[in-house]
Design a protein around this ligand. Structure first.
Ligand SMILES: [Zn+2]
Length: 218
């Protein structure tokens, strides 16, 4: 189900009036010119403002983690992330302070050198993933989750192929963001969401209704 034009409640808090549109996933994770098939959802000023605080962090960490994929991912890192870390001193310091030494290996596991890795900023990661789940749930099912359900977020080392259940697959932004999802038919919210960013970062989550017992996949 697509967004109803008449719906003016914020799809995140479900309380305040929507005064703006939010991009799902955040538009900051795509280079300019931005793809024209990005999904938007109705959003209030407060939720939009809060979200944008985490967008920049999420973008920076995503870029650092996928840059080695080359191609579009590398371009996103160079054109989208490097300029951000240049002018955002606080973010830059956070990144440098969290770096740790690693061995650099080929895909076959042969160590070719030493380098530095940056762990994800968990808060920025999970908050952004949860927001994408809330936004896409509203986009597809026309319902606001609010606090009617719990959202558990995860991230994966490689693309997840989890369930026997059929998942719907969508690809937007020239394939730089792909997602899979499905909802338990008899439940209002219970659903699974899997995201693929630039074929280099994989995350997702589950929405579990608070009222009914969770319907977990085997
Ligand atoms: Zn809101």
């Amino acid at each position: 189900m697509k967004i109803k034009e008449t719906n003016t409640t914020c799809c995140y808090c479900g309380i305040r009036k929507a005064t703006t549109k939010d991009h799902v996933p955040p538009k900051a994770i795509f280079t300019k010119p931005r793809p024209n098939d990005l999904i938007t959802v109705p959003c209030c000023f407060e939720c939009n403002n809060l979200a944008s605080k985490f967008d920049e962090k999420f973008k920076a960490y995503l870029g650092m983690h996928i840059a080695r994929q080359g191609g579009e991912a590398e371009r996103f890192f160079k054109e989208g992330v490097l300029p951000t870390t240049k002018y955002n001193g606080k973010l830059r310091r956070n990144i440098f302070n969290s770096m740790y030494p690693v061995n650099i290996a080929t895909k076959a596991g042969i160590i070719t050198g030493k380098g530095k890795a940056v762990p994800w900023d968990n808060e920025a990661h999970d908050i952004t993933i949860e927001r994408i789940i809330r936004g896409l749930f509203f986009h597809h099912y026309g319902k606001i989750i609010g606090d009617n359900a719990e959202i558990n977020t995860y991230w994966f080392k490689k693309p997840e192929t989890v369930l026997d259940d059929k998942l719907y697959e969508t690809s937007i932004a020239n394939g730089n963001f792909k997602y899979q999802y499905n909802k338990v038919e008899e439940s209002e919210f219970d659903s699974v969401w899997l995201f693929n960013f630039y074929n280099g970062h994989f995350a997702g989550g589950m929405i579990l209704s608070k009222k009914s017992p969770p319907h977990l996949p085997d």
